[in-house]
Write a protein that binds this ligand. Structure first.
Ligand code: FE2
Length: 279
């Protein structure tokens, strides 16, 4: 349960850090399960994605299908010019996404707890709907930059309610590519919208407001176990990881069922696989 001070800070800054939200055992369980998923992933099956001429379409199909799967994605710099992995498979995966919270018991247990339900309620999510989970590796040496964006770009609704739950599974520092945010930036406009039409996706420009720069951005260096909650309009980015240490994190993207979830959002759920909350 959030204190009134925490609630006020969330309203003002658009984000909140809650240290020690997850304990070492919970983190270890999730890391072990993610490692097993990577072990089970056959890179030969999706390596073609990066080597065939039909590259763009193949990536899109694999990406679109991942909305309701637990799919592994490689880091952009994972392969050399000859198409060979530069380092071991386990050190080449960018992320797993995007439905582990509903497909896997270990991820489900991590993602649905009374404590999380309480935080969601306290930040105003009356009818939380968890659309997406991502396990992000931010691998040593090749962990790629994620440029400035707002998560509402990918989870549009009327009104905008998407809220991000970002769990540090390892210490996140300037060295290994921690998040940067613009405090208060959630009061700005939505700049872009990621729109799906059939099996194609496009990025639509909505607003020309520039992204923050070093004068109005702050790094969020947090310890393993910290939960960062942030508003879907909060601009954020993370630098590449050029350090020798990984920066594992886990995220959930959650909207309020009282808002109208856009039919153009790339992740949709039918009656056969309904979206659920934290209960
Ligand atoms: Fe994001």
């Amino acid at each position: 349960m959030l204190t009134s001070d925490n609630k006020a800070r969330y309203q003002k800054d658009g984000f909140l850090a809650l240290p020690d939200f997850k304990n070492a055992a919970e983190i270890a369980a999730l890391r072990t399960r993610a490692g097993q998923m990577v072990d089970a992933f056959d890179p030969a099956s999706s390596k073609t994605i990066f080597t065939t001429n039909d590259q763009v379409r193949a990536v899109d199909r694999y990406f679109l299908d991942s909305a309701t799967r637990s799919s592994c994605f490689f880091e952009e710099e994972a392969f050399d010019a000859q198409g060979q992995l530069r380092q071991a498979k386990a050190l080449s995966i960018n992320k797993i996404g995007h439905a582990m919270h509903d497909l896997d018991p270990v991820f489900g247990a991590f993602s649905r707890t009374p404590a999380l339900a309480a935080v969601a309620a306290d930040v105003g999510l009356a009818e939380p709907q968890i659309w997406q989970s991502m396990y992000i590796f931010k691998q040593p040496g090749i962990g790629g930059e994620v440029g400035w964006h707002q998560d509402a770009t990918f989870f549009d609704s009327t009104p905008i309610t998407v809220t991000t739950f970002w769990f540090a599974l390892e210490d996140a520092t300037l060295d290994n590519g921690c998040l940067w945010v613009e405090p208060g930036g959630h009061r700005g406009p939505l700049r872009e919208r990621f729109v799906r039409r059939g099996d194609t996706v496009t990025m639509e420009k909505l607003d020309a407001t520039p992204w923050p720069d070093s004068r109005n951005a702050v790094p969020l260096e947090v310890q393993a176990g910290t939960l960062l909650v942030f508003h879907g309009l909060l601009p954020h980015y993370s630098a590449p990881n050029r350090s020798a240490r990984s920066r594992h994190a886990y995220t959930l993207h959650v909207t309020d069922g009282r808002s109208a979830y856009a039919t153009s959002n790339w992740i949709q759920r039918g009656a056969d696989f309904p979206v659920r909350g934290f209960a």
